[in-house]
Each structure stands twice: as structure tokens, then as C-alpha cells.
Write a new protein. Structure first.
Length: 516
């Protein structure tokens, strides 16, 4: 019998099993526990409400939510109505959310108080929006009015993720709908479960925000295989250790910043950890400092597994024993495929030579494209059309292990979150006190990297200590706070090439040294 990979099939055989557990580190009360039966019923009700509102195959439903049960209700409702799910970062400003909703031509939107205060403003007057529901108010009422029976002509949906480019505006990563009924074929969730050895008996701890691609994909993957997703409403290092024990966690996922904060806990808390069932600790999203990873392996044992991937696809993986032999590597292709490092002519680079990283492209019609951007789509594939890249740079050793030297050129990864410098640069260049600016990432023991703006001020104001505060406030008026530089430095000019381009590697090199 084929493996069940649909929520409904698990609800039929294990209705009382826990599908989701939400743990609030700030609460002294019991965690919120949602069974497979309850989640399946809620998803069926929402699916009916979406159909009643006129949504049909291929339409898009977005959510702006915190780490709360409604995320999973929305996902599974879409996975039986052939819809695209669009996760939206709840920290974005209204204009940024509006851009994504318009670009994706969203037909339904689910938000909540935990989703922030700006999403409702972003949706006001949105063309084509047929249904807007607020969790706890209209959302609950809409579900109560519908039957919990499965919808007719059910069909798997798809996820539409947004991934920014270095030129600023985010782009949707569009894949075709699977074209089969719920659980009747391979999905990203079933692929994740098979590739990482996840099983029905697992209890998986999700430490990150569910609007991010990895936490969203891995938590829903647990429900594909009948396991339990234990979700922290927000990350807290001491609470995470407690949850590992109290919830009998078997698998988990982290970013390097979380490791740093776990290691900074008092010795008595760290020594009290007793989680014998914890067999797999995944980490990704940012380069992990070698010293931090060595300490984590020494503390937890060789259960750390690192992977490197992008929302567009492609993945490498490395176990703790493999990493200890090759510190700094992100591994080999996770399913036995091939990772390519190519030079500017499209030829494979010899071992040890830096080039652009490519993965084998899936066959048509299963390839991704960038929504509304055929030029960007074409640039992602090589001349043969058989390989794709997201612009990351690295090198391979003699055994095919990959090492990253940069992420998408100037991309900054701070605390596991992607920051694209061009967005902040564009905002700061509009300020009358700025003549020139470059935003770069520098090493940070806690965050992995932090964003630093190097500014050439207008009118020789380099010595004005209030200017940094002025520019930070200006940046925060126009961008989500996580996209803004954490630090400002001032100098009389920026290094540029003969072609007039800012040479950011020289700026980064200077910043890693003594204070400028």
C-alpha cells in the first residue's frame, strides 16, 4: 500500500492523534493541541467557504499570520481545492504586503492579530479579492457556517513562495499544479520526509516563523506522514530546551543564530537537558560558524544535519561525521544527484575553483518560473536548459562536497533571514543627507551576519552623531525593520571599479578589520 500523504487519510485512521501543538514560551498555560480530526474538519470547512466565494483551480490564497493553527487550516484547504498558497511575512509594511498581494493576484486573504497591524490596510480596495477573513472573528464564523465533509472534485494545490532578487522587488516562484488528487502523487512534503528519514512516530520541533519557506514546508511535511509538528509561537532558547524534553521531541530544525543563543544559556540549564529521543537536529538558512557547530556537536552529539537549498529547488546535505571531516562544507546532493559549479562560459570548474552553483532542472512541465518575469526566468537556466541557478557562488572539493563563498552575490543572511541590500540602499539614496551608500553584511557572532550601511554623507556631515539615528528612522519608515541596517558608518567615498560599480568586497574587508 502506498504511503498516505494527505491530511484526510490520516484523519480517517488516527483522528485523535496530534497534528499540531502550539507552544507559547510566554504562557504558563498548557500548549494548544490540534488533532488530525479537528484540523481536517477545519480545512474542509474553509475549502467549502473558498469554493462558495468563487475561488477555483489555480487561484491564490494568501495568509498573514503568526505561528498559529490557522496556518495549517489554510494550507490544507488549498491542498484539496487546487489553490496556490502565498505565505506573507507579517513584519512587512503595508506597501510591501500590497505589492505581493497584487503581484500574485490574490483572491482570498487570511490574517490575524498575530499577523500584525498592516495587512488589513494592504488589502483595502485590492482588485480581485473575493474573500478576506480575520482569525478569531470572520474566520471562525465562516468555518462554523460550513459542513466538515470533503469537497467534491478535490485536487492538490501548490505553494507560491516569494524570493527577492538583489535588484529589490520580490518575485513569485511559480510551479505548475500537481494535477492529481490529494495525496495521490509526490509532493514537496513527501519528498522532504523521504529525503531526511522522517517517520510517522516523529515529533518535530519547529522553531522559526511559519511564513518562511523551510518551517512552512517541514511542519506541513509532518502531517503528510502522520507525525506531529510542535510549533513555538516565537523562539526562546531556554523554552526550546524545555520543549525538547517535555514534548519528547525526536526531530527539530534551527538556524545558526539559535545555536549561538542556546550555547549562551547558563551552564545549569544546558546540563539539565535530557532529551534521549532527539535523534535529528536539522539546520540551514545561513552559514554556521565552524566554532559554533563544533560546540553543538560536542553538546548534542552527531545528530546535526545541515542542508543548503533555495526556494527554487536544489538541495545538498551533510551529516555531522561528514562535516567534522570537512568543516565548512554544506555537503553533496541530498538524493544522489549532481551539483554543478560552472564558470562564466558554462563549463564545469575544476575542484577548488570558485564558480556559480547549478542544480539539475526537473523535466518539463515541472519547472519553476518567476511570476511575470520571463527574463529573470530565462537567466536562471543555463544555455542547455537542463540546469538552473539562483546566483549563489561556491566550489566543490575532489569528492563533490560543496562549499559556499557567497549567497546570491550581495545577499545578507542575518539570523536566518534573507536581507537584500539594494532595498535599503534605494531608500537611503532618496534621503537628502546621503550622497552615496552601500549596505553589506559583516560577520556577527550572534546573527551570523549583520547589515551595515556605509554612507557618503552630503555636506560633509560625517562627524554628526545624530545622522545615523536620522537615517535609521528614515529607513524604518519605508521598509520592514529587519531589512534596515543595524549599523551606520561614514566615509568620504566608496570604492568603485572602472565601470563605476561599488566594489563591496573591499568594503566588507575593511569592516571586518578595525573600526572605520
Amino acid at each position: 500500500m502506498a504511503q498516505r500523504t494527505d491530511l484526510g487519510s490520516w484523519a480517517a485512521v488516527r483522528p485523535d492523534a496530534e497534528a499540531v501543538v502550539i507552544v507559547d514560551p510566554d504562557s504558563t498555560g498548557s500548549p494548544e493541541r490540534i488533532t488530525y480530526g479537528a484540523l481536517n474538519g477545519a480545512a474542509n470547512r474553509l475549502a467549502r467557504a473558498l469554493r462558495r466565494a468563487g475561488l477555483r483551480r489555480g487561484d491564490r490564497i494568501a495568509f498573514v499570520l503568526g505561528n498559529e493553527p490557522a496556518v495549517f487550516t489554510v494550507f490544507w484547504a488549498a491542498m484539496r481545492t487546487g489553490l496556490y498558497v502565498v505565505p506573507v511575512n507579517r513584519h512587512l509594511l503595508a506597501a510591501e504586503i500590497r505589492y505581493m498581494l497584487e503581484d500574485a493576484t490574490v483572491s482570498a486573504l487570511i490574517g490575524s492579530e498575530a499577523g500584525g497591524a498592516t495587512w488589513a490596510d494592504a488589502a483595502t480596495g485590492l482588485p480581485g479579492l473575493r474573500l478576506t477573513l480575520t482569525v478569531g472573528e470572520t474566520f471562525d464564523a465562516a468555518l462554523a457556517d460550513e459542513a466538515a465533509d470533503p469537497v467534491a472534485a478535490a485536487e492538490e494545490g501548490q505553494v507560491l513562495l516569494y524570493s527577492s532578487g538583489t535588484t529589490g522587488r520580490p518575485k513569485g516562484i511559480l510551479r505548475p499544479l500537481p494535477g492529481f488528487g490529494p495525496g495521490e502523487g509526490p509532493t514537496l512534503g513527501s519528498e522532504i520526509a523521504g529525503g531526511f528519514g522522517l517517520v510517522e512516530e516523529d515529533r518535530y520541533l519547529s522553531t522559526g516563523p511559519l511564513y518562511h519557506s523551510a518551517p512552512f514546508a517541514f511542519t506541513t511535511a509532518q502531517q503528510r506522514i502522520g507525525a506531529t509538528a510542535v510549533v513555538m509561537s516565537r523562539f526562546d532558547a531556554a523554552a526550546a530546551l524545555r520543549i525538547l524534553v517535555e514534548e519528547e521531541i525526536t526531530t527539530s530544525q534551527w538556524v545558526p543564530t539559535m545555536f549561538s543563543r542556546l550555547l549562551a544559556l547558563p551552564d545549569d540549564l544546558r546540563k539539565a537537558l535530557n532529551a534521549p529521543r532527539h535523534r535529528l537536529a536539522l539546520h540551514a538558512a545561513a552559514p554556521c560558524p565552524v566554532g559554533v557547530k563544533r560546540q553543538m556537536i560536542g553538546w548534542w552529539g552527531p545528530i546535526l544535519v545541515e542542508y543548503y537549498s533555495a526556494s527554487e529547488g536544489g538541495r545538498t546535505m551533510i551529516t555531522s561525521p561528514q562535516w567534522l571531516e570537512r568543516p565548512g562544507s554544506v555537503g553533496r546532493h541530498w538524493r544522489g544527484g549532481q551539483v554543478w559549479v560552472l564558470d562564466d562560459r558554462g563549463e564545469p570548474c575544476p575542484p577548488g575553483t570558485v564558480g556559480r552553483i547549478f542544480f539539475d532542472a526537473p523535466p518539463e512541465p515541472n519547472r519553476f518560473c518567476y511570476l511575470g518575469d520571463p527574463e529573470k526566468t530565462a537567466a536562471a537556466y543555463d544555455e542547455t536548459g537542463t540546469r538552473f541557478t539562483v546566483g549563489d557562488v561556491g566550489w566543490l572539493d575532489d569528492e563533490g562536497y560543496l562549499y559556499l563563498t557567497d549567497r546570491d552575490g550581495d545577499l545578507i543572511i542575518s539570523g536566518g533571514v534573507n536581507i537584500y541590500p539594494r532595498e535599503a540602499e534605494n531608500v537611503l539614496l532618496d534621503h537628502p543627507a546621503v550622497d552615496d551608500v552601500a549596505v553589506v553584511g559583516v560577520d556577527d557572532d550572534d546573527l551570523g551576519q549583520r547589515a551595515v550601511a556605509v554612507v557618503v554623507p552630503a555636506g560633509g556631515r560625517a562627524g554628526d552623531p545624530a545622522l545615523a539615528e536620522t537615517l535609521l528612522a528614515y529607513c524604518r519608515e519605508h521598509l520592514a525593520h529587519f531589512k534596515c541596517p543595524r549599523e551606520f558608518r561614514f566615509q568620504v567615498e566608496l570604492p568603485r571599479s572602472e565601470a563605476g560599480k561599488i566594489v563591496k568586497r573591499e568594503i566588507r574587508r575593511a569592516l571586518q578589520g578595525p573600526e572605520m
